[in-house]
Ligand binder design. Structure first.
Ligand SMILES: Cc1cc2nc3c(=O)[nH]c(=O)nc-3n(C[C@H](O)[C@H](O)[C@H](O)COP(=O)(O)OP(=O)(O)OC[C@H]3O[C@@H](n4cnc5c(N)ncnc54)[C@H](O)[C@@H]3O)c2cc1C
Length: 522
């Protein structure tokens, strides 16, 4: 029997499968398509996704191939979000077509011995107490795959979600946008154009094409499944800009809608959901793929720990507790951005103008929205604790501040003196460690127990120092096995909000703090 069947070889299924293979979990990926689509829906990777890739030593090729843009758009406003203020090694949006992201992730999966069965479509999923079965239609007929766990990474129309009877509440599409990948002989000098007729973004692609995506008063009511013609695209662009910028050679024409829905549960027994299977929304701000990758990164180490008997099944409930609120926030911000960016009435134009002035005048407003879109501000209310189930403050079933059981999400890091538990660990510079900073230490997917010694003085904050045995015992209880912990003693060489004076910190395989030992007494 397989440990895990992943349904869908999109970006989310690929990263999840790679995370499972990294620690030796048996995984089969089934994909209904015969080959990868040459068309890229997503074009952006945000800072947290690049950090996630950096934690497994994968960021290099993405960064080398992509084009870094130090800003991001919010609701298509002409005042753009400034990502350069963010405390990260990747303070920008990386423009890289989804096709390349998928190809690079597939390469990673192959290197780890993962198998993708192309043209194998999941028809139905059933589960019992010990496992789950997937009926699959492949090129040679129909067969059944059995596994301990099945994860639906099969996109917004998820068969897995439907089979498991997981509700997908939300709202249906009321507006659609148009999209064209074309050559522009005379491209505009600005990244977006908008007025009372409509608005669109223009994104230069590395291969000489441009992506044009937007809405007009005429286009927005046309259903997403009605094909977009080149004449139509040209007309919409002329309606708004008075020119078609010498548009020619359309490579891909499509529409997208603003249906916003979220799975009521990310886990139902032996079935889990990640990525678009768990949340769908208007692609505003370039977030869906990014949030999906981060779902996979949160789920991967937990599912591996459960498969390998290092943690009880309840650990998987923390996946819902931690990631469902992130998906809810995603739906909220894309709804708000859709009003700002895809409605062209006088009232909404006034709202855009007011919102743009706020963004331009107040760095804190920029920081807030850049922190949200980049996902650098996602902090989990501790949901993972010593039992592998409940955290320091969240017991299973206890409603958190977010109304989520046993966990939840907060925005922002820990202030001075507050526990770091649940927050994102920055790529802390380290002297005296085997690697120059924290993220490369996470490459093999283990927990990292950091003993931080700011002054370099022996006897404190070391594996042999006071409290070290307690720290080790706590770390082992959380990680479920001594083998899954890498212990490192080092001196911090970079300063980050909330990290001054920390002495012992356990970092989870997904780069969030699992446990924050006592603050330094110095
Ligand atoms: C126009 C547009 C622009 C976008 N731009 C951005 C952006 O810039 N940044 C960003 O972050 N996001 C963006 N997104 C969103 C992003 O494309 C998605 O969030 C992302 O593709 C989700 O990945 P996934 O792996 O969850 O699902 P998918 O990419 O949908 O992959 C699901 C896979 O499952 C397979 N599958 C489906 N059903 C079955 C079945 N029954 N059996 C087997 N296989 C099955 C499918 O063939 C597919 O390969 C955009 C979306 C659109 C529409």
């Amino acid at each position: 029997m397989n440990d895990v069947v992943v349904v869908g070889a999109g970006p989310v299924g690929l990263l999840l499968a790679a995370e499972l293979r990294l620690v030796g979990v048996g995984v089969t990926v089934i994909e209904r398509a015969a080959a990868r689509s040459p068309h890229s829906k997503a074009l952006t990777l945000h800072p947290r996704s690049l950090e996630v890739l950096a934690m497994r030593g994968l960021a290099g090729p993405f960064v080398r191939e992509g084009v870094p843009v130090p800003t991001g758009h919010y609701g298509g406003l002409p005042v753009r979000l400034d990502f350069s203020v963010l405390d990260t090694r990747f303070p920008y949006t990386l423009v890289l077509p989804q096709l390349r992201t998928e190809q690079l992730l597939e390469e990673r999966l192959r290197k780890l011995g993962g198998e993708i069965r192309w043209e194998h479509r999941a028809l139905e999923v059933r589960q019992d107490a010990d496992g789950a079965e997937v009926d699959v239609a492949g090129p040679d007929g129909t067969y059944t795959l059995r596994a301990a766990w099945v994860v639906g990474c099969d996109g917004a129309g998820s068969t897995v979600r439907g089979s498991a009877g997981i509700d997908f509440p939300g709202t249906s599409a009321t507006t659609t946008g148009f999209l064209g990948d074309v050559v522009l002989d005379v491209p505009p000098s600005v990244p977006s154009v908008d007025n009372e007729h409509g608005g669109f973004l223009v994104v230069p692609l590395a291969d000489g094409h441009h992506r044009i995506a937007g809405t007009t008063g005429e286009s927005h009511a046309i259903p997403a499944d009605q094909p977009l013609t080149f004449d139509e695209l040209r007309r919409y662009v002329r309606q708004v800009a008075g020119t078609d910028f010498g548009m020619r050679a359309p490579r891909w024409l499509s529409r997208f809608g603003n249906a916003s829905r979220q799975a009521a549960r990310y886990r139902d027994g032996r079935v889990l959901l990640a990525g678009d299977a768990a949340h769908m929304h208007m692609p505003m701000g370039g977030q869906g793929l990014n949030v999906g990758l981060q779902d996979a990164f949160n789920l991967g180490w937990k599912l591996a720990a459960v498969c390998q008997g290092r943690a009880p099944e309840g650990l998987l409930d923390t996946y819902h507790a931690e990631r469902h609120p992130v998906g809810a926030a995603l739906l909220e911000n894309t709804r708000a951005q859709t009003v700002l960016g895809a409605t062209h009435t006088a009232d909404v134009r006034a709202l855009r103008s007011v919102f743009g002035r706020l963004l331009a005048a107040h760095p804190a407003v920029n920081r807030q929205f850049a922190g949200e879109l980049s996902a650098l501000d996602v902090a989990y209310r501790p949901a993972v604790g010593k039992s592998g189930e409940a955290g320091e403050t969240g017991e299973p079933g206890e409603a958190g501040e977010t109304g989520e059981p046993g966990g939840g999400v907060e925005r922002g890091g820990a202030g001075g003196g507050r526990s770091l538990a649940g927050t994102r660990a920055p790529d802390l510079g380290l002297a005296g460690a085997p690697e120059p900073s924290l993220y490369p230490l996470l490459a093999d997917g283990r927990f990292v127990l950091l003993h931080l010694d700011p002054g370099g003085d022996a006897g404190r904050a070391t594996p042999d120092g006071p409290g070290a045995a307690d720290a080790r015992a706590t770390a082992e209880a959380i990680a479920g096995s001594p083998d899954r912990i890498r212990t490192v003693t080092a001196r911090p060489t970079t300063a980050h909000d909330g990290w001054a004076g920390r002495s012992t910190v356990l970092v989870r395989p997904d780069g969030h703090v699992a446990w924050d030992g006592a603050l330094s007494s110095k």
